[in-house]
Design a binder for this molecule. Structure first.
Ligand SMILES: N[C@@H](CCC(=O)N[C@@H](CS)C(=O)NCC(=O)O)C(=O)O
Length: 198
C-alpha cells in the first residue's frame, strides 16, 4: 500500500490510521508546490493524500481511511456493528463539515493566501464559526475518547482538525485540550507525524 503525503497536511490522518491499525505501508512525499518536480501525486487534482494499493486507487482522506479500516477489519477502531459505527460516523461528519469547513477557510486566509489578497470579513466570519464549532464539542462524562472508552477513527479526524483550529488561534477549553494532548501523545501519532513530516 502506497500513500502520497506532504508535511503538515491531511495525509497525517491516513498515516495515523495505518499506525493505529498496524498495517504495512510505504509513504511517498510529494513536492506539492513545485510544478517542475517529478514526484507528483496521482490524484486527479494533484492533491494529497492519495492511496494506491494494487489495482485500487483512492482520493479523499476519509475514503482512504475507511478503505484501510475495512481492509484490515479493525474491531474497535472502526467497528462494523451498526450502532457503534453510526456514532463514529456522526463525529466524522461533524469533523469534516461544521468543524473543518470554517477552520480550513481560516487556515487558507491566514497561511496560504497572499497577505494583499486576504479578506478580513471572511476571516472574522470563519473565526466565529470555528469558535462555535470548537465550543460545541463535549466529551461525555467518563469518556476518555470522543465516542467512549475506545480510540476510534473519529478521534483522528476530530483531534487533527482541532489542532488546525489551535494553530489558527482558536481558543480551546482545558477539557478538550487534555483530550487533544492524550491523542497526540499516542506512539501511533508520534510515528505518523514523524513519517508525514519527513
Ligand atoms: N477533500 C480532500 C482535500 C485534499 C487537499 O486539499 N489536500 C491538500 C493538502 S491538506 C492539498 O493537496 N493541497 C494542494 C492543492 O490543493 O493543490 C481530502 O479530504 O482529502
Amino acid at each position: 500500500m502506497k500513500i502520497y503525503t506532504y508535511p503538515k497536511s491531511r495525509s497525517l490522518r491516513v498515516l495515523w490510521t495505518l499506525e493505529e491499525i498496524g498495517a504495512p505501508y510505504e509513504s511517498v512525499k510529494v513536492d506539492l508546490f513545485n510544478p517542475t518536480s517529478c514526484i507528483k501525486s496521482p490524484h486527479s487534482r494533484g492533491k494529497v493524500p492519495f492511496l494506491s494499493d494494487g489495482d485500487v486507487s483512492i482520493e479523499e482522506t476519509l475514503a482512504i481511511c475507511i478503505y484501510i479500516c475495512e481492509k484490515y477489519s479493525s474491531t474497535t477502531f472502526y467497528p462494523a456493528e451498526p450502532k457503534l459505527r453510526s456514532t463514529i460516523n456522526s463525529w466524522l461528519s461533524y469533523a469534516l463539515t461544521d468543524l473543518e469547513s470554517p477552520v480550513w477557510n481560516l487556515l487558507k486566509q491566514q497561511v496560504f493566501i497572499p497577505e494583499n489578497q486576504r479578506n478580513s470579513g471572511l476571516i472574522d466570519y470563519a473565526k466565529s464559526e470555528a469558535n462555535r464549532a470548537v465550543n460545541q464539542i463535549r466529551l461525555n462524562k467518563g469518556y476518555e475518547w470522543i465516542t467512549g472508552s475506545n480510540f476510534t477513527l473519529a478521534d483522528i479526524f476530530v483531534t487533527h482538525t482541532l489542532l488546525w483550529a489551535k494553530l489558527c488561534g482558536i481558543a480551546i477549553n482545558s477539557e478538550i485540550k487534555d483530550y487533544m494532548d492524550r491523542a497526540m501523545s499516542r506512539p501511533t501519532y508520534l510515528k505518523a507525524q514523524e513519517r508525514n513530516n519527513r
